[in-house]
Design a protein around this ligand. Structure first.
Ligand code: AMP
Ligand code: TRP
Length: 329
């Protein structure tokens, strides 16, 4: 049987090149041989305050970007997390199996809550909902960037815990984290992750940035001292990051890139990288706008949700039966 793949991205701002290389590009690759579930995780997005109009716009935008990047909604299930109510219900159940101490150790929670006066409880229990997202389809593989690894480990523990207490039931999922590109760094600081929540837009490439903005951001990207185009993240984090981006968007290996720019300075390399990115993102942007204006998204999301709901409802019924919930009749 085809292995099941599940992943999700939050509609909490404009998606970046980090989301594309670390996640979406792998979604597209995996759909060829797997049964895939790709969600827009709106229930996760509301763990920090969202403006309703912005949430609506970002939700449509992420869904359209999935399709523009090459996810085929006939082959894969593309849908909104909130359209499959079973996620929230299993999320609650999984929360009751999760220890406070486990959630307290999550580095994403520590980062997102640090320095805040008031932190929502949803942000704290967010990893239990993410575990439910994955377990409800018995997903085998979860393609994500490096920053989600800890959440995946918790998901595996929770699946094991349920199986131990209530009998073998859930598949224990494996993370699928790419070797190159799992952690695309910020353009203004090679030690920080590229993130859509960074207040400096020069620190990230948004997937919908116009070509000239992309070229300008790359030409202004911080580079390490020295002048050689060599891949060595420990001593040259910034040039190594740009090389990873180049490799991921051109299909060349890091070695081929190092060979091509041997003896040259950063300027030519950055100029070419700008063009590589424009060549990657321009067609994606064109498709994105076509999809948005076609009006087809509503039906695609409804069909995706319907198929996902059938699978999710079955799993949830099995969970409730094993845990001793009284059936309706
Ligand atoms: P988020 O934007 O936090 O919802 O993340 C969506 C997906 O993109 C997750 O799988 C992340 O691990 C991945 N991701 C986000 N930022 C990066 C980055 N800078 N490098 C690689 N992957 C990333
Ligand atoms: N927590 C993930 C992130 O911030 C998003 C997410 C929610 C997710 N549910 C998921 C990722 C299930 C993979 C599988 O990026």
């Amino acid at each position: 049987m085809a292995k099941k793949v599940l992943s999700g991205i939050q509609p909490s701002g404009s998606l970046t090149l980090g989301n594309y290389i670390g996640a979406i590009k792998n979604f597209v690759k995996l759909q060829e041989e797997h049964e895939c579930y790709f969600m827009v995780v709106d229930l996760h997005a509301i763990t920090v305050s969202q403006d309703p109009a912005a949430l609506r716009e970002n939700s449509e935008s992420v869904a359209a970007l999935y399709l523009a990047a090459g996810i085929d909604p006939v082959v894969s299930n593309v849908y909104m997390q909130s359209h499959v109510q079973q996620h929230a219900e299993l999320g609650w159940i999984i929360t009751t199996l999760t220890a406070m101490g486990e959630l307290e150790r999550m580095t994403q929670f520590k980062d997102k809550s640090s320095g805040k006066d008031s932190v929502g409880a949803g942000l704290f229990v967010y990893p239990s909902l993410m575990a439910a997202d994955i377990l409800i389809y018995n997903a085998d593989l979860v393609p994500v960037g490096e920053d989600q690894k800890q959440h995946l480990e918790l998901t595996r523990d929770l699946a094991g815990r349920f199986n131990h207490r209530f009998g073998e039931f859930f598949t224990v999922p494996e993370p699928y984290i790419p070797e190159v590109g799992a952690r695309i760094m910020s353009l203004d600081d090679g030690t920080k992750k590229m993130s859509k929540s960074n207040p400096n837009p020069g620190s990230y490439i948004a997937l919908l940035d116009p070509p000239d903005v992309i070229r300008k951001k790359i030409s202004r990207a911080t580079t390490d001292s020295g002048r050689e185009v060599i891949f060595d993240p420990a001593t040259k984090p910034e040039i190594s990051n740009l090389m990873s981006i180049y490799a991921e968007c051109s299909g060349m290996t890091l070695q081929q890139i190092a060979d091509r720019y041997e003896g040259q300075m950063y300027g030519g390399f950055k100029k070419d990288l700008g063009e590589v990115l424009v060549a990657t993102l321009e067609p994606l942007q064109q498709k994105y706008h076509e999809i948005r204006s076609s009006g087809a998204l509503t039906d695609i999301l409804a069909e995706g949700a319907e198929r996902a709901r059938n699978v999710a409802a079955q799993t949830l019924a099995g969970v409730k039966e094993r845990m001793g919930f009284l059936p309706l009749r």
